[in-house]
Design a protein around this ligand. Structure first.
Ligand code: G4P
Length: 532
């Protein structure tokens, strides 16, 4: 039996980030296929007409007839134990999507070769960059018309301020897609070969100066372009530097086609060889070594059951060190109590399972009777650490929510406070007013539906909601400033958070600039500044 150290060493925990439709689900499916966790391509695919209303992951799970509350998929490949974290997209993009990234040791960024960087990729990248985690780029859909690969790399470098290192290089695209050139092995992975139906594609080693061989393989025109581009790359691109990769400063880039299973396994292998076992996590006092024998974990997501019949919640935690054992007593720091974590479960590729043990790097979901909050620390009793908590991410949508039934004042306040505490929404107040009227901020619009549903089913409360045109929120950071004295544009709103801190909500960049110009002493602070 493997020791704890060996178990931790073989763990790789990463998130896949992308804009909807770039190919995240397809790529995940292919990974599972290589891991032998599913039997055939297409087994987990399939779209329903309303697929945009649910996350792909939910869709993926539904196809396989399993629960929809998972947050992570675990599977085995080549001796590695891989945890892929879900970052929901589409309409259910929410603060949870960001929080999930706090539990990953690296990220795979999937980009549609025709579209380049899209808004959701941009947002998710920013959060990964906050933690300096390694980011691997998979440029997908080369079997379709694509942007020029140099332009794509330029865009990544310009927009994200990182270096890129193409690990392979595409030979044509769309109908003319011939395969990829592996820069390290100086070999070609020919696209046609795959189409002959072989699951494993053998790379053909090739001497780039061997004109005849190349002409036979990819044709003269493609050969000429390839030789020219590879020469350019060899002199002009960044040098490969694994240290920079591991600190998120240099992103290895791979080109391929997830749908056609092309370039996926070589990507997975290279990715696994470049990533590390679970990374240390920082606490208020010290750094926690994943190989420390003592168990420690933090809660990064709480999922309330939307089903009225089951009001339980699941707290998802990332194990940062040691080994989790079912039935053992652990210490919940914020509650100052020891507790047995009940119904510990993990999503295996095939099904959700109650687990007996789990290791640093793993994510487990435990039954939460309402005691956990996002960012909480759970450890072996006696291990005195406190994880830094999860940053609060800036809401991007705002709405004014008012109670309509004064008989239900208490329930309204209780529901709003509770749901905000769980991290599903953020609430703000107009100075001088109470809980009867709150500004509700969310990262994703679906959170408003969740709020409405839960307020009605759990608290029996209906409310009036007015959407606001605002999109930017900042803390006021000037000491001893009376916000009432600020000169602000008509649309700008001064609010307070639950800790009585002052904030301004703007309807756009222009209003924010205006506020700064008219009030030279005004210091504004962004959200997302705390670090795990
Ligand atoms: P997402 O999870 O990032 O939202 O993307 P998903 O994998 O669902 O892929 C979005 C669409 O792009 C799907 O098509 C999928 O088949 C297609 N796709 C993914 N990878 C590739 C690729 O390498 N080449 C090409 N040509 N297409 C790719 P769809 O029409 O929305 O769904 P489906 O009916 O094909 O399943």
């Amino acid at each position: 039996m493997a020791t704890m150290q060996e178990e931790i060493k073989r763990r790789r925990t990463f998130a896949i980030i992308s804009h909807p439709d770039a190919g995240k689900t397809t790529l995940t499916e292919k990974f599972l296929l290589y891991g032998g966790a599913i039997q055939s391509a297409g087994a987990v695919k399939g779209k329903s007409s309303d697929r945009h209303a649910v996350s792909d992951w939910m869709e993926l799970e539904k196809q396989r007839g399993i629960s929809i509350t998972s947050s992570v998929l675990q599977f085995e490949y080549d001796g590695y134990c891989i945890n892929i974290l879900d970052t929901p997209g589409h309409q259910d993009f929410s603060e949870d999507t960001y929080r999930t990234l706090m539990a990953a040791d690296s990220a795979v960024m999937v980009i549609d070769a025709a579209k380049g960087i899209e808004p959701q990729t941009r947002k998710l990248f920013k959060v990964c960059a906050m933690r300096d985690i390694p980011i691997f780029t998979f440029i997908n859909k080369l079997d379709r018309e694509a942007q020029d690969p140099f332009d794509l790399l330029d865009e990544l470098e310009r927009e994200f301020g990182i270096g890129t290192y193409p690990m392979n290089w595409p030979i044509g695209c769309g109908k003319e897609f011939k395969g990829v050139f592996d820069r390290q092995n100086r070999s070609i992975l020919a696209y046609d070969q795959f189409h002959a139906g072989r699951r494993k594609i053998e790379a053909i080693s090739c001497d780039i100066t061997d004109t005849d061989q190349l002409d036979t393989l990819i044709g003269q025109t493609a050969r000429e372009t390839l030789v020219e581009q590879v020469e350019l790359l060899d002199v002009a691109s960044f040098d490969f530097d694994l240290e920079k990769v591991r600190h998120g400063k240099l992103s290895p880039v791979f080109f391929g086609s997830a749908l056609n299973n092309f370039g996926v396994e070589s990507f997975l292998q290279a990715f696994l060889s470049m990533t590390t076992p679970p990374l240390p996590y920082h606490t208020e006092e010290a750094t926690v070594d994943p190989f420390d024998n003592r168990f420690s974990a933090f809660v990064f997501k709480i999922q309330a059951n939307m089903n009225k019949m089951h009001r339980d919640r699941i707290a998802f935690m990332r194990i940062c060190s040691g080994k989790f054992e079912r039935g053992k007593e652990y210490y919940h720091l914020q509650g100052n109590k020891t507790t047995r974590l009940s119904q510990p479960q993990q999503m295996m590729a095939q099904e959700r399972e109650v687990i007996e043990e789990a290791f640093a790097g793993d994510i487990i979901g435990v039954f939460d009777p309402g005691v956990f909050s996002i960012g909480d620390t759970i450890t072996d009793p006696g291990m005195k650490v406190q994880f830094k908590g999860i940053p609060t991410f800036a809401p991007e949508h705002f709405a004014l929510v008012e109670q309509v039934d004064s008989m239900k004042r208490k329930q309204f306040a209780k529901g709003m406070e509770q749901i905000a505490r769980e991290g599903a929404i953020q609430i703000f107040f107009y100075p001088g007013t109470g809980m009867e009227r709150v500004v509700v901020g969310v990262v994703g619009m679906l959170q408003y539906d969740v709020l409405e549903h839960r307020m009605l089913t759990e608290y029996g409360v209906k409310y009036r909601k007015m959407d606001m045109a605002h999109s930017l929120i900042r803390y006021i950071d000037t000491p001893d400033l009376d916000p009432a004295s600020l000169k602000l544009s008509d649309s700008t709103i001064w609010v307070k958070d639950v800790h009585d801190k002052d904030l301004l909500i703007f309807d756009g960049e222009w209003a924010m600039r205006w506020a700064k110009e008219k009030n030279p002493t005004l210091i504004l602070r962004e959200f997302n500044t705390a670090e795990q």
